[in-house]
Design a protein around this ligand. Sequence first.
Ligand code: T5A
Length: 212
Amino acid sequence: MTQGRFLVVEGPEGAGKSTLIRGLAERYREAGATPLLVREPGGTPVAERLRELLLDPAHPIDSVSELFLFLAARAELVARVIRPALAQGVTVLADRFQLSTEAYQCGGRGLERGLFLAANRAATGGLEPDLTLVLDLPPELGFDRIRRAGQGFDRIERAGPEFHDRVAAVFRNATGPGITHLDATLPQEQLLRAAWDLVLARGLAAHPARRG
Ligand code: T5A
């Protein structure tokens, strides 16, 4: 069976990642495929528990502990959900993956990139996305959107403007195999069209995933 495709959407808070993933999933379904949507941290019972801990503003977390908690959630999700789905030919659409760790824990918290690379490799077993769409948006615009949507701020969203400027800088400057940037100030429909055009251009919608 052909291996499924692994697509990741990344970017700062409120950039529109979840909205874009839902739109891409709809396009895949219209094309006859049934993609699997996952979010990080989360996606397994243990990873969802880790998400609650990580985002709860009630508990401060040391930066190195934070790194390993995110990576523990990732290891669970990769081993139990993402790899099995890809092996069955299913396209996986992920709301955040390893670039988020580089942005938040290295850029934001200041942890060493070497530590991140080694520990992340242990968590993913070297799994790399076929395509990473980075939504570029100044952090203050993302926070305005979250405020307008009436959502409260979680522990990481409360980390302060300098932290989020450093995070946004890592996303903005990210390059590498399969990393492509999109202007997240575009209206939702235009952003979705640009993202889907990229998926088509890269041949990533070409083989329909198994249904079910
Ligand atoms: N984290 C995560 C780490 O520190 N390290 C890691 O390794 C990982 C994996 C996760 C937190 O964990 C951190 C990063 C995060 O702080 P989360 O709740 O998953 O927490 O956080 P976000 O991914 O930022 O989720 P958000 O919901 O805040 O942002 P989204 O998904 O980017 O935005 P979305 O789609 O929910 O849209 C936000 C609002 O904007 C509107 C939507 O309707 C919505 O109201 N919107 C647009 N408005 C105008 N134009 C557009 N194009 C729009 N698209 C959406």
